[in-house]
Design a protein around this ligand. Structure first.
Ligand code: GLN
Length: 424
């Protein structure tokens, strides 16, 4: 059998192909040369599978879709508190290149509009000989799993006409948001926007965000959960500029657009999506890109506000074994967050208060949230206090604290048999 997902994606592209509305971004002369007919779509799952269709090998500049990643890198480098002292998190409701600051704080409103992104660029790590834009290029290359490069022509073209961004730079310098010469920072920001990507690269990059900061292919944690949460929150409220409210209600996927015609979206725990089509609407968002996202969200039920599944049954099976059936095994399945943990603890509460051997098997748990882990071990402590002997099986090593759970027996599956022999 061949999975129908690629056919479905092709079908969505074909349906949007006839939409010729919008205009190329002409304030950057080089972008006005783009082929307006290009159209591509890629979708990634959290396990790293990529589906793509259309002009999925065509490179275009990342533009403002670099902003969430620069924000992530700045937070990873300085910590959130430092970054929040320089850039706010309030939607501006204004155009992306508005020359304005927050009236109360005198800071850029958020990192998705240009004033906030230029300030964020200045917070990127750099060292002698390696510029901030180069650091970001390296970071994006790691996320994309291939070496990305700069589009020098787009960079040069935007630098020549960067009057507005330069005004923003001088405004930021005036209020102390920038400590360095604005020209260098604005040029660096423009170079960050000129990194070339395909929709497949973007899909890989977004899959790391969808997967809570872990790159599925390498198993490497690239960003902490807290950083990813911050980035996605800001994308949700500010990523689509003055169309953010409309986007949230119709599409409901944290997203970011770029003036070269890309839009990327991240549905936490589910998918990353990237589209490319150069003609833009009045907000600077790709016209066909928006239409594709609207269709995908509707057809696949991807709206964040409806996507959260209600708690699943967490105990897949409870059985007893050992000579006198004195060992009770709970096979758990699914995701262990607050709701599921509460459900599990309620079930465990029914265990009679008499010494038994209880085994909690996490082998089929696909994800355990911090709160799930804490609640699980709180339950274990209480079972022990009731006189039970408890062992937790963590074959897939999903427990964040692993075997370091003081005083608790956490074993692998292969060790379980050996363990159970004590009771045979
Ligand atoms: N480089 C572009 C600019 O600063 C990025 C804007 C965008 O993609 N919305 O104008």
């Amino acid at each position: 059998m061949k999975t129908p997902v690629p056919d479905y994606l092709q079908h969505v592209l074909a349906a949007c192909d006839q939409n010729h509305k919008g205009a190329l971004a002409d304030y950057i002369p080089e972008l006005a040369q783009a082929d307006p007919n290009k159209l591509a779509l890629a979708l990634s799952t959290v396990d790293g599978t990529i589906y793509s269709t259309g002009d999925d090998e065509v490179e275009f500049t990342i533009q403002s879709m670099s902003k969430p990643f620069a924000y992530a890198l700045a937070i990873r480098h300085h910590g959130l508190d430092v970054v929040l002292k320089k850039v706010g998190v309030e939607p501006s409701g204004e155009a992306f290149n508005q020359i304005a600051l927050d009236k109360n704080t005198n800071l850029p409103k958020n990192p998705m509009i240009n004033s906030g992104a230029i300030t964020t660029h200045a917070l990127l790590p750099h060292q002698d000989g390696i510029s901030r834009a180069e650091k970001l290029r390296q970071f994006l290359s790691e996320l994309a799993g291939r070496e990305l490069s700069f589009d020098d022509a787009v960079y040069a073209s935007e630098v020549k006409t960067a009057f507005r961004n330069m005004s923003i730079g001088y405004m930021l310098r005036t209020v102390g948001a920038l400590d360095e010469e604005p020209e260098q920072i604005v040029h660096g920001y423009i170079q960050q926007c000129a990194i070339k990507v395909t929709v497949k690269d973007l899909a890989k990059m977004t899959s790391v965000l969808a997967n809570g900061g872990v790159q599925a292919e390498t198993g490497k944690r690239i960003l902490s959960r807290a950083v990813v949460r911050q980035v996605l929150s800001v994308m949700m409220t500010c990523g689509m500029y003055d169309a953010a409210g409309d986007w949230l209600s119709t599409v409901g996927i944290p997203a970011k657009s770029g003036v070269a015609g890309g839009i990327m979206g991240v549905l936490p725990g589910q998918v990353g999506i990237a589209v490319f089509s150069p003609k833009l609407d009045e907000h600077g968002n790709s016209v066909r890109g928006v239409e594709i996202f609207e269709r995908l969200s509707k057809d696949m039920g991807l709206h964040l506000m409806e996507g959260t599944p209600s708690a699943q049954t967490i105990v897949q099976r409870r059985y007893t074994c050992g000579v006198d059936n004195q060992v009770v095994v709970y096979e758990l399945r699914g995701v262990l967050q607050f709701t599921e943990s509460e459900m599990l603890l309620r079930i465990l509460q029914n265990e009679a208060v008499e010494p038994t051997q209880i085994v909690l098997d996490l082998t089929n748990i696909s994800l355990i949230h911090d709160v799930g882990e804490r609640m699980l071990f709180e339950g274990v402590d209480r079972l022990i206090a009731d006189g039970h002997d408890v062992v937790v099986i963590d074959s897939e090593q999903i427990l964040q604290q692993g075997r370091s759970h003081a005083g608790h027996d956490v074993v692998r599956h292969e060790e379980l048999e050996q363990y159970l022999q004590h009771f045979a």
